[in-house]
Design a protein around this ligand. Structure first.
Ligand SMILES: C[S@@+](CC[C@H](N)C(=O)[O-])C[C@H]1O[C@@H](n2cnc3c(N)ncnc32)[C@H](O)[C@@H]1O
Length: 410
């Protein structure tokens, strides 16, 4: 008999009876999608894996704890036949044929009347990959094609512009600490779809080089600001480009809302009536210490970590940081923008009770090829930072966690 290709279709199963025979690994893998589709799922199986059992306990499926019996498929629209008993699977297949119920079979694809495609999701679209003919069935290959398409859409290497849904506006994208692999998939996709990118000095600069030539890349530090403040000039540039109907990405280092002035930009856009999406990013506060082998918390060592800006010295009247209180905390202190003021900061912490022997690490240009870590103590850090020529950007970590990893000095 000539072999015909399978006919692809999307089943709308909400409220419709789906029968699943067998509660093992196959059911465990397939059930979440059936639950998500809103199907009325009846599982028939003497046993079930703990995950499948949990779905029954949660009321997501109805479980009849017994083997398959003739008549089980009578009111089904669709069935997944996946018991370990071939005779039962054959009998269920025959029943499905009689009642015209499409049946997937885990043990014998040739005898199934339906095949499950390898599926993935991206931005409201389901990508389903199906082998054309039974003799070409290679589940690994179909899964690999699915992965390539979904990953490509997610990370922006495969660009399918949204003709209908893409609206002009601004996306405030947290680019992560610097390594281009550490931006979120959503951020990377928005970057790939942008007409204009306004970028900071920090963050994944390497990604800018990958953008197609028609994308206008603007260095935020170089926007002329004349009678405005620099931040105001950036806000104006965002507004102007968005008003021209362009998709604008404001690419920021780390997370937009961690010392990133992200909310000021979001407010300015709201006042101008421009749509703004905020995409969180991996903040350097945790990732940069982590990249240098320092956990910001560690069982039995630090039960808290505090992130603080060191851009103004403790004795500066503009400082909003309560350094004397920080000196009394037992956990980890993570200081951003503190390289220039570390001497005064360390002196203040010691003066208010922190041990001069507290370990300190300075991690410069974390997660990039130029990453370096310099270790000291509170007593020595000012001198060591100068001697080792530590430069911004650097994250400074103060606390016993500095010494717990394999690179620690303890
Ligand atoms: C204006 S703040 C922005 C923080 C950013 N929004 C975040 O969530 O990571 C800049 C400071 O972040 C720290 N920083 C950011 N990226 C860094 C990196 N790759 N390595 C070391 N420090 C970094 C430095 O302390 C730098 O001075």
């Amino acid at each position: 008999m000539a072999e015909h290709p399978a006919y692809p279709v999307g089943l709308r199963l909400a409220g419709r009876r789906v029968v699943v025979l067998g509660g093992g690994q196959v059911a465990q893998r397939r059930l979440p999608a059936l639950v998500a589709a809103g199907a009325d799922i009846r599982l028939v199986s003497p046993e079930a894996t703990p995950s499948v059992e949990a779905m029954a306990d949660a009321g997501e499926i109805t479980w009849e704890q017994r083997p398959y019996a003739e008549g089980d498929l009578a009111d089904a629209w669709y069935a997944l036949i996946a018991t370990s008993d071939t005779a039962a699977n054959d009998a269920a297949s025959a029943e499905g044929e009689r009642h015209r119920v499409w049946c997937v079979r885990s043990d014998d694809a040739d005898r199934a009347t339906a095949w499950t495609p390898a599926t993935g999701h991206s931005e409201g679209v389901t990508v389903a990959v199906l082998t054309t003919e039974a003799r070409h069935r290679d589940p690994r290959h179909t899964a690999a094609i699915r992965d390539a398409v979904v990953e490509g859409l997610r990370d922006g290497t495969l660009v399918a512009p949204h003709r209908r849904t893409r609206t002009p506006g601004v996306a405030l994208v947290g680019g992560g600490p610097g390594d281009p692999d550490l931006i979120t998939v959503r951020g990377r996709r928005l970057l790939a779809e942008a007409d204009v990118v306004i970028a900071d000095r920090l963050g994944p600069r390497d990604l800018l080089a990958e953008l197609p030539p028609h994308v206008e890349v603007i260095d935020a530090a170089k926007i002329p600001y004349g009678r405005f403040m620099a931040q105001e000039a950036i806000n104006n540039a965002l507004i102007e480009h968005a008003k021209q109907g362009k998709a604008v990405v404001r690419l920021k280092g780390g997370d937009p809302f961690v010392f990133g002035r992200g909310m000021e930009e979001a407010q300015a856009l709201a006042e101008a009536g421009i749509a703004c999406t905020v995409v969180p990013g991996i903040s350097s506060t945790i990732s940069v210490p982590g990249a240098a082998g320092i956990p910001v918390t560690h069982r039995g060592v630090a039960h808290e970590f505090t992130v603080v800006s060191g851009h103004v010295a403790p004795d500066d009247e503009r400082s909003l940081v309560d350094w004397p209180s920080l000196a009394k905390l037992t956990g980890t202190l993570v200081i951003l923008m503190g390289v220039d003021k570390i001497g005064k900061i360390a002196g203040t912490l010691i003066a208010h009770g922190k041990s001069p022997d507290t370990p300190v690490a300075l991690v410069q240009e974390g997660t990039t090829a130029a990453q370096r870590r310099v270790d000291a103590t509170l007593a020595t850090v000012a001198e060591v930072a100068v001697a080792e020529e530590v430069r911004p950007p650097a994250v400074i970590v103060v606390g016993e966690v500095v010494a717990v990893g394999p690179h620690g000095t303890a």
